[in-house]
Design a protein. Structure first.
Length: 208
């Protein structure tokens, strides 16, 4: 499968950290997804810096590096629920606002615009039954499809894993390949880098 995304700019913005705190409480789950999970996909080619939109804005528009680092430290691999992710994002901003009330009111250099991501699943008409077929298809798989199965799947499955690892373990009985795939760090590896590593692990399995 792959997915197509419609981005909608919400009628909501933040001009200070206090307003960001309020926005995190009121915005849709689609907005939380857009600025975290999907932001990682938009910046998949970067292995340094912040891939979290909230952290990036706090750093560049508010000049609050400590808070930015704390927001960026939230690892989306640890979350299977957008509700839990929202709570932790809010806690980071809440703690800062309570500790630094004057800085929390200071106007940002530019506003943060909350956007929402609307997902539409698109079946590409591809299916595989063997590990060899999987490798052949994975070589040509689009970034959108790779993101859908390797990153976004955590929310869909409500498991700390991805579609590929789940298939390796459940359909092929390859538990070790599933564990290796799960260990790939999506923050220090690009999508193409992740693809290469999965292919390396899978082809090594085929030679056994």
């Amino acid at each position: 499968m792959t997915a197509s995304y419609l981005t909608r700019i919400e009628n909501q913005q933040a001009r200070s950290l206090l307003e960001l705190r309020e926005g995190l409480e009121q915005c849709s789950e689609g907005s939380i997804f857009y600025h975290t999970f999907q932001s990682l996909g938009r910046h998949h080619f970067l292995t340094e810096g912040f891939s979290n939109d909230f952290a990036q804005w706090v750093l560049t528009a508010c000049n609050r590096a400590q808070l930015a680092e704390r927001l960026a430290s939230l690892d989306i691999r640890d979350y299977i629920s957008l509700t839990d992710l929202r709570l932790d994002l809010r806690k980071c901003v809440d703690d800062f606002c309570e500790t630094h009330p004057r800085e929390a009111q200071h106007p940002a250099l530019e506003p943060f615009y909350f956007c929402e991501s609307i997902e539409e699943e698109v079946p590409p008409g591809l299916e595989v039954w063997t590990l060899e077929e999987f490798c052949q298809v994975l070589e040509q798989l689009s970034h959108a499809s790779l993101q859908f199965h390797f990153v976004h799947s955590r929310l869909r499955l409500h498991l700390r894993t991805n579609d590929f690892s789940r298939w390796f373990a459940k359909a092929l009985g390859l538990e070790s390949l599933a564990r290796l795939t799960d260990r790939i760090d999506i923050y220090t590896t690009t999508l193409d880098g992740a693809r290469t590593r999965i292919l390396t692990f899978a082809r090594r399995e085929l030679t056994r």
